[in-house]
Design a protein around this ligand. Structure first.
Ligand code: PEP
Length: 250
């Protein structure tokens, strides 16, 4: 049985005061939920303070990126072991904003997945097609290739610490979410690809989140789809009221 996993990706939003106010409310209002896994992913500079604020709470803390190198002369980068050092649990890798704006290739994403897992982090690995790719009916080809490349060389045992996030690029921050049928078809396809890469039992154990304009008004219908095991949420994770109402999907 896959425990639902809902993670908030704050992107480059909030400030120290609003970030700490948000996590204080989350801690108080959802800190006791044992039926779902919850994570927040603040910008790097607030990670330490958020880890401290959530100390002793089951709410996990993640970064939104990390370097593929372990240490050294990489100005401006943050290593996976630094994230472990300050108490982070996980890292989001391969987000479409990293791929599209910063030119991250699937090979680089794969290198980061290795570095993050080796350091002891959990990973949320994002895959997703653009609107043009969907219109050209290349969705499965694109997300399948991103998945296979992103997981290249990752062994089955490590997959216990990997969550996949299917995030159609055309649905991120646009208010346009994939329909439950559209998302369900891709999730089911991705699970099949995982089965081919590993085994049916590993594929059945890996959680696949949906991301792309998830909000309180659509979370219930998305979470009712069999292969949707959680959500990666941007805009609706920025206030306690909207994020907490997402967690009330059942
Ligand atoms: C995201 O940032 O991963 C995301 C899905 O954003 P939004 O929920 O705002 O579409």
């Amino acid at each position: 049985m896959r425990k639902p996993f809902i993670a908030g990706n704050w992107k480059m939003n909030l400030e120290r005061k609003s970030a700490l106010g948000l996590v204080a409310q989350l801690r108080e209002r959802v800190g006791q939920r044992a039926d779902i896994e919850v994570a927040v992913c603040p910008p790097f500079v607030y990670l330490d303070a958020v880890v401290q604020a959530l100390n002793g709470s089951p709410i996990k803390v993640g970064a939104q990126n990390c370097c593929d190198e372990t240490s050294g002369a990489f100005t401006g980068e943050i290593s996976a072991s630094m994230l472990i050092d300050i108490g982070c649990d996980l890292v989001i890798l391969g987000h479409s904003e990293r791929r599209q704006i910063y030119g991250e290739t699937s090979e680089l994403v794969n290198s980061k997945v290795h570095t993050a897992l080796d350091a002891g982090l959990e990973v949320i690995l994002c895959v997703g097609e653009t609107r043009a790719e969907r219109e050209e009916q290349r969705t499965e080809k694109v997300v399948g290739a991103q998945l296979v490349a992103g997981l290249s060389g990752i062994d089955g045992r490590s997959m216990q610490r990997v969550t996949i996030a299917y995030e159609p690029v055309w649905a991120i921050g646009t208010g346009l979410n994939a329909t439950p049928d559209q998302a369900g078809a891709v999730h089911s396809y991705l699970r099949g690809v995982l089965g081919g890469l590993y085994s049916d039992s590993i594929a059945e154990s890996v959680r696949i989140q949906y991301g792309g304009s998830v909000k309180p008004s659509n979370v219930r219908e998305l979470m009712a789809v069999p292969h949707i095991d959680g959500c990666l949420v941007g805009g609706a994770s920025l206030t306690a009221d909207s994020f907490i109402s997402l967690l009330e999907f059942r």
